[in-house]
Structures are given as C-alpha cells and as structure tokens.
Ligand binder design. Structure first.
Ligand code: NAD
Length: 249
C-alpha cells in the first residue's frame, strides 16, 4: 500500500461526488488514516465513517484561521502527526469580469486561495517537526488558460494564485523535506459541474479533449495518491495536469 499509516488531511471532502471524497477514499484504500475537513460537521463525520474505521471528520471553514487551528490540533491529538495535506476545498461562480462584485471576489479568493494558505500554515510546523511531508494544492486548468468552463475570472485568478503560492512554499520548505505540488484538473464531473451542461454543450467540450471524455473524480484522486506517496519523492513545485489533453502546453 502506497500510504500505509500516513496521516492525510483532505479539505472539502464531504461532497459525495467530489474530488476530495474520491481522494479520501483512494487514500484510505492505500492504508492512510484520513482526516476530512469540511463546513458541516455531520457531513464530514459521515464522509469519514464511510471510509471505514479509524478516520476522522471535522468541521472547519478553511478561510477561518481559528477554526482551522482547532481542527489541526484535534487531528494531531488523535493521530500524533500529519504527513499529507490536500488543499481541495474550493468554490466557483460563473460570472463575467464586469459582474464581479467585491463580496464575490472576497468569497472566491478567500476559500480557494486564502484557505490554501491558512491550512498550509497550520500543518507546515507539524510536518517540519516530523522531518517532512507532502502538500497538494487543487488549482485548475482555468488558471492556465484564462477560464475553464464554469469559473469566472476571479476563480481563474484565485487558482493561478494557488499555483504561485504552491511554488513559493515548495521553494521555501524544500530544505525541510516538505514537498508542495499542484494539480490542475480539466473538466471533472462532480457537483460543481452537475446538471449545468446541455448534451450539445458537453459534446462540444468533449470534441476538444484528445482523450474524448470528461474527467471523473478518481482521475484526480489517483494523481493525488501519486503526489502524496513516496513515488513522487523527488518532485516539488510541479503542476500536474489532469485534463485528458484539454490543454497541452
Ligand atoms: P465540490 O463542490 O464537489 O466539493 C467542494 C467541497 O468543498 C464541498 O464538500 C464543500 O462543502 C467544501 N467547501 C466549500 N467551501 C469550503 C470552506 N470554506 N471550507 C471547507 N470546505 C469547503 O467540488 P469539486 O468539483 O470536487 O472540486 C474540488 C476542488 O477541485 C476545488 O478546489 C475545485 O475548484 C477544483 N477543481 C474542480 C474542477 C471540476 O471540474 N470539478 C476542475 C478544476 C478544479
């Protein structure tokens, strides 16, 4: 098993069809002890119970320093260490540049970008003390090509910020053996995308994807297993495209 006894935190992993849940499931299958952080305590606990025995579900808004600090303390109290953090919690909003209000901008930047910083700040001291760790940040093809399909420009900006933040943290903490890498998914079928495309729209998107299908959550989860595990022990600061060839660059 690739993650035997590693303690892995996945944020935003309560959503039943989401990338975070699939990642938590694959981590558990690989022997990890998984802590799920999401907004609703009951949903986080149910998602953790769904993985089997010995996993933990906690509530925290990733943009709230105090809530994240409390959750991380609880995880360390339970498992004694943190080996992996997946900064997966994210939200989007399909609007155009001139429609972005201040509150929209704050909300999208807070969850996607500030949340990534806050959770990373909370776990890095524990990883450094333990001699290393792996942080995985969920960015998006939207950051690379200036818009995906659903996200507005503020979402592209937040996800591009995640790439820069991840690279800077990789440079800063490489000497402490904390690796930081990002994943840029293309269009993945989850609740973020569910029911928002007509058949014709979906087909026209698929026509632009060399592997000729939309992604599924496990496509991203398997990439996260690789980045979490020692298989990727000489990788840091990378951006791993999981997009079926939608963007080849
Ligand atoms: P999803 O909506 O299925 O799940 C998102 C989860 O994040 C939910 O469980 C939600 O409760 C949680 N969440 C939202 N705000 C939170 C907060 N403030 N604190 C804690 N948890 C919070 O989304 P998904 O499609 O699985 O996306 C997962 C990640 O992948 C996101 O960062 C998203 O931007 C990114 N992504 C998704 C796609 C796609 O096509 N689905 C493409 C590129 C990138």
């Amino acid at each position: 098993m690739l993650l035997a006894d590693k303690v892995c935190i996945v944020t935003g992993a309560a959503s039943a069809r989401g990338i975070g849940r699939a990642t938590a499931r694959r981590f558990a299958e690989e022997g990890a002890k998984v802590a799920i952080l999401d907004l609703d305590l009951g949903a986080a606990q149910a998602a953790a119970a769904d993985l089997g025995h010995g996993h933990l579900g906690l509530s925290a808004n990733v943009a709230d320093e105090a809530a994240v600090a409390t959750a991380i303390e609880a995880i360390v109290a339970q498992f004694g260490r943190i080996d992996v953090l997946v900064n997966n919690a994210g939200i989007t909003q399909p609007v155009k540049t001139l429609e972005i209000g201040r509150a929209d901008y704050d909300r999208i930047l807070d969850v996607n970008l500030r949340g990534t910083l806050i959770c990373s700040q909370a776990v890095i001291p524990h990883m450094v003390a333990a001699g290393g760790g792996s942080i995985i940040c969920l960015s998006s093809v939207s950051a690379q090509r200036g818009g995906g399909i659903f996200g507005g420009p503020h979402y592209s900006a937040a996800k591009a910020g995640v790439l820069g933040l991840g690279k800077a943290m990789a440079r800063e903490f490489g000497g402490k053996q904390v690796r930081v890498n990002s994943i840029t998914p293309g269009l993945i079928s989850t609740d973020i995308t569910a029911g928002k495309l007509s058949d014709a729209q979906e087909q026209s998107i698929i026509d632009g994807i060399p592997l000729a299908r939309l992604g599924v959550a496990n496509d991203v989860a398997n990439a996260a297993v690789f980045l979490a595990s020692d298989l990727s022990s000489y990788l840091t600061g990378i951006t791993l495209d999981v997009n079926g060839g939608m963007l080849i660059h």
